[in-house]
Ligand binder design. Sequence first.
Ligand code: NAG
Ligand code: NAG
Ligand code: NAG
Length: 234
Amino acid sequence: TSKSLTPDVGIFDVDLFDTSNTTIAALKKQSKKVICYFSAGSYEPNRSDSKDFKSSDLGKVMDGWPDEKWLDIRTANVKSIMLKRIQLAADKGCDGIDPDNVDGFDNDNGFSLKASDATTFVKYLAGIAKSKNLAIGLKNALEIIPDVVDSIQFAVNEQCHQYDECDVYFDLTNQGKPVFNVEYPDSAPNVTASERKKLCAAYDGVTLSTTLKTLDLDGWVEFCDETKATTSIL
Ligand SMILES: *[C@@H]1O[C@H](CO)[C@@H](O)[C@H](O)[C@H]1NC(C)=O
Ligand SMILES: *[C@@H]1O[C@H](CO)[C@@H](O)[C@H](O)[C@H]1NC(C)=O
Ligand SMILES: *[C@@H]1O[C@H](CO)[C@@H](O)[C@H](O)[C@H]1NC(C)=O
């Protein structure tokens, strides 16, 4: 017998390390698509492979995330660790990967990383993902969308409605590639009608799959209506 899921959506974006093989297998058995999240561009101290990073790979502490440091995404060591993470995603049965924090170039990272470094890195990750039959998404990093759009299958965005920048996703949605957008309403958990209207708005020609959450991802979620359209694209 299969348990009913809450929420019962078509696609789950779960933590690659913290989500058990059993959970991923159970989701797949219910015909759900599973995207596996990991940080590709930041060092976290508590992952099973954290000791594999060299001190020279680690840059500045991330603003707002005091346990994490930007990574030098140009190094062979960082690339080889990420290759192993993608292999783990494939072994665990994930359908796709959501490599986070590729936008060091947009932050004070400690290495003077440039947008072109991010493009090179995302294309590297995309090549590995493709070889293992995994879909790959671009997380935020709006500036490099035109350079990587042909290498990715979806995008994960935070707060593009809040910052009025969802229109840059036209390059993806125009190719039929979904954009999973998360907004963090100030008025959560009791979202006001006016805030909901702004955060759930559809742009001309750009339809996003939007969810409303709290920044600490405590399980509270609301769905915008257009979300229902995108469940079977991976
Ligand atoms: C994570 O790692 C840090 C530094 O090694 C350690 O102090 C902390 O206790 C760890 N936290 C957890 C939840 O394991
Ligand atoms: C989960 O799957 C991975 C990849 O196949 C494997 O390395 C790991 O040992 C498995 N973990 C458990 C608890 O079975
Ligand atoms: C949200 O609304 C519920 C039900 O009206 C109320 O009990 C709760 O206190 C409200 N929460 C906040 C944070 O305003």
